[in-house]
Design a protein around this ligand. Structure first.
Ligand code: SF4
Ligand code: MG
Length: 324
């Protein structure tokens, strides 16, 4: 399979400044050595609690944020080291869909203008051709072309997210980074948008990086899942493997909280993690999960576990849990 995206040892640190001289007194290690590949036509779900760095990974890939170190390779081009000019054509390849379509759509533009804008900006269409392209995109996301002249406030949340998807699709990207794209929507509308995204992918071989805290949604759409904790991937593997055979104690705790109507799993126990997520400005030494891990031992305080590969790409970062 063709690799759409390779992320290599990506780090995104934010300086913490204090005092009248605004001196840098430390760093928030929002993303702290993340590596993964995404194949063309594949969906990788990225899950973890709020503050684990999953949104920062998405923004750094798009270079909305500059990485501290590491590489983001898109179709053979390292986007972390190229100039803004060289980045421009690559920006077409990667689009983003955010959680709140209302905040990301200009309220003074009609929905048609919103979808037309990237086509004009990238000189992909003009005149009647532009109107036809926008109409096509409206149909593709399940909206009627007559709705083009309406404004965002005249649309429902689900319709606005459809427009945000149409705008992302306008420039024929190969990758869409979706950051909590359905989290603000009602459950029934969530299902419609997820189905739409999967239909679009089935037609065109698009790749998705699907960032969400909602494990049920991620299970539906993802081929593989990466679990993040304090800026690092602690487990990654095929969706079924992660749901049925996860190895990392943190993944186990997350999974135990998902209500699954599967009778086989009815008897399993909910694992309640005690304590808050430590601050990424001062992560615990060794395994960063040791302050909350139910099976932590002395070694975990000193030695950082490597992400070890097992079969089928299933990898786990824990001293006491082997990948399958
Ligand atoms: Fe828990 Fe130790 Fe494994 Fe970290 S390395 S997940 S603290 S057992
Ligand atoms: Mg976020």
């Amino acid at each position: 399979s063709i690799t759409a995206l390779s992320v290599r040892d990506l780090r995104t640190y934010f300086p913490i400044r204090r005092g009248v001289f605004n001196r840098v007194v430390g760093h928030v290690r929002a993303v702290d050595g993340v590596s993964f590949d995404l194949a063309q036509g594949e969906t990788l779900g990225v899950v973890g609690e709020s503050g684990c760095g999953k949104s920062t990974v998405g923004k750094t890939i798009l270079r909305l944020l500059n990485p501290t170190s590491g590489q983001v390779i898109v179709h053979g081009n390292d986007v972390t080291s190229i100039s803004e000019g060289a980045l421009r054509p690559l920006r077409r390849e990667m689009q983003m869909v955010f959680q709140d379509p209302y905040a990301s759509l200009n309220p003074r533009m009609t929905m048609g203008q919103i979808v037309a804008e990237p086509l004009s900006t990238h000189h992909l269409a003009s005149g009647n051709d532009l109107v036809d392209r926008v109409a096509e995109l409206f149909l593709k996301v399940g909206l009627r072309p007559e709705q083009m002249n309406k404004f965002p406030h005249q649309f429902s949340g689900g319709q606005r997210q459809r427009v945000a998807i149409a705008r992302a699709l306008a420039v024929s990207p190969r990758l869409i980074i979706c950051d909590e794209p359905v989290s603000a929507l009602d459950i029934s509308i969530q299902a419609q948008i997820i189905n739409l995204m999967m239909d679009i992918q089935a037609e065109g071989g698009l790749s998705y990086l699907f960032i969400s805290h909602d494990l049920a949604v991620v299970e539906t759409i993802s081929d593989r899942i990466a679990v993040m904790y304090l800026g690092k991937i602690v487990e990654i593997g095929r969706t079924r493997e992660i749901y049925q055979n996860c190895k990392h104690p943190y993944t186990e705790a997350l999974m135990s909280a998902v209500p699954i109507p599967d009778p086989v799993k009815k008897g399993r126990q909910r694992i309640i993690l005690t304590g808050d997520v430590p601050s990424p400005s001062n992560p615990p030494p060794g395994c960063a999960f040791h302050t909350r891990c139910p099976i932590a031992k002395e070694r975990c305080r000193e030695e950082t576990p490597a992400l070890r590969q097992g079969v089928g790409g299933h990898a786990v970062a824990c001293h006491f849990r082997d990948p399958p």
